[in-house]
Design a binder for this molecule. Structure first.
Ligand code: SAH
Length: 371
């Protein structure tokens, strides 16, 4: 058990998990050390799992003493675990100040995918997403994002090591740009997790300017939460579309593909009965995606309390898929994982000290509706 005093004292220190290699180099240069110290430190932390500065034997004694006095290496703790019947694990991760986020571990035959959160809650208001109903508290730091991966590997051991990461947990990763990019740099960094860029995916609701910025600094795989083939419908389902319309979004996708390691974008499309699941919607989607190398991931809607939506029927999903398929678009229907523990897409809620007071406003609006 950590006692309160030492935790608060440690929190005054610089958490080295907040630095990617470049950031760590800049830090060492600033304290009058050589940049190569960054690689040494990163190897200790991520390859050796060594958090005790005294054990970092290739650092000089004065440097070890300096680091001990001014720095710390602290990953967030998993405080609660639920294991679904299909082996999916949902972890509640403690972020302090009454905030908790969720991370989901999804084992498959030859890989293990970790779904990572980027924010406490979400500032966007997609109508079919449970995280959105929680409101928003704050961005996670790089340490808190990469810490979810560290915690997962510690929990699962060598056999269950994470091989793929999707930034598809709570939050909109591109609205927490710098911390998310540094965390993804650590995921793909040879001296840290060394995951291939094909195995790290950022998912966005379509924050177009940030997508352009990302093209310049990072080339992990990209997924875009599309959910509607027209602006009229997307304006409702994914309200950020009112700001960045489909035409702009598609142009940003084209630009990203030019640098992407996969040469295509994965589009996510939640299947909502009688909302966006007709063959006409599918045909409109084919038209929209014309000329964009894409893979389509249809996600059966996962319900949550008080939602007004229902999931499309299997027949409707099949019909929809066939239209895309016949048009030559590679289309998969996402298998729902961890449903029995509310760990499926759009069901992650954590515990959000809502600063946007969205939950309160929604309740207020509903009360007005009822009267
Ligand atoms: N904000 C980012 C990251 C979240 S990813 C984004 O929007 O891409 C989570 C994925 O699950 C997104 O595609 C999201 O639209 C989808 N999703 C949200 N709620 C869902 C629900 N209730 N059922 C199925 N998928 C959902």
């Amino acid at each position: 058990m950590r006692d309160f005093v030492s935790v608060s004292a440690k929190q005054q220190k610089i958490n080295l998990l907040n630095f990617d290699r470049k950031g760590m180099q800049a830090f060492f240069v600033e304290i009058g050390e050589k940049p190569f110290r960054a690689t040494q430190l990163i190897k200790w932390i991520y390859q050796e799992g060594e958090y005790d500065f005294d054990q970092m034997t290739n650092l000089s004694k004065p440097l070890r003493a300096y680091l001990k006095e001014h720095c710390c290496i602290i990953a967030p703790d998993i405080i609660f675990e639920q294991v679904a019947s299909d082996g999916t694990r949902k972890w509640v991760v403690e972020m302090g100040g009454g905030n908790k986020v969720e991370a989901v571990y999804i084992p498959e035959a030859n890989r293990a995918t970790l779904c990572v959160s980027s924010q406490v809650g979400c500032a966007l208001a997609c109508t079919f997403c449970s995280t959105a109903q929680q409101g928003f508290n704050r961005n996670l730091s790089t340490a808190e994002i990469i810490g979810q991966l560290i915690a997962a590997n510690q929990r699962m051991g060598e056999q269950g090591r994470v091989t793929n990461v999707v930034m598809m947990g709570m939050g909109e990763p591109l609205l927490n740009f710098d911390s998310v990019v540094s965390a993804m740099n650590l995921m793909t960094e040879d001296f840290a997790f060394g995951l291939s860029k094909r195995r790290v995916t950022i998912s966005t609701s379509g924050v177009v300017p940030a997508m352009h910025r990302l093209t310049e600094v990072c080339d992990v795989s990209m997924a875009v939460s599309l959910h509607a083939p027209t602006d009229a419908l997307r304006d409702i389902l994914v309200p950020i579309n009112q700001k960045y319309q489909l035409q702009e979004l598609m142009a940003a996708c084209q630009k990203y593909i030019a640098t992407s390691p996969r040469g295509f974008i994965t589009f996510e499309y939640v299947m909502l009965e009688d909302v966006n699941d007709s063959p006409a919607d599918a045909r409109a989607l084919v038209k929209l995606l014309k000329g964009i190398p894409s893979k389509m991931n249809l996600i059966p809607f996962n319900p949550f309390p008080d939602t007004k939506y229902t999931c499309s029927t299997p027949q409707a999903i099949e019909r929809f898929r066939d239209v895309l398929y016949k048009a030559g678009i590679v289309t998969t229907v996402r298998k729902t994982r961890g449903e029995d523990i509310d760990a499926a897409c759009g069901q992650l809620v954590g515990k959000v000290k809502d600063k946007s007071r969205r939950a309160e406003k929604l309740q207020h609006m509903e009360a007005m509706h009822e009267h």
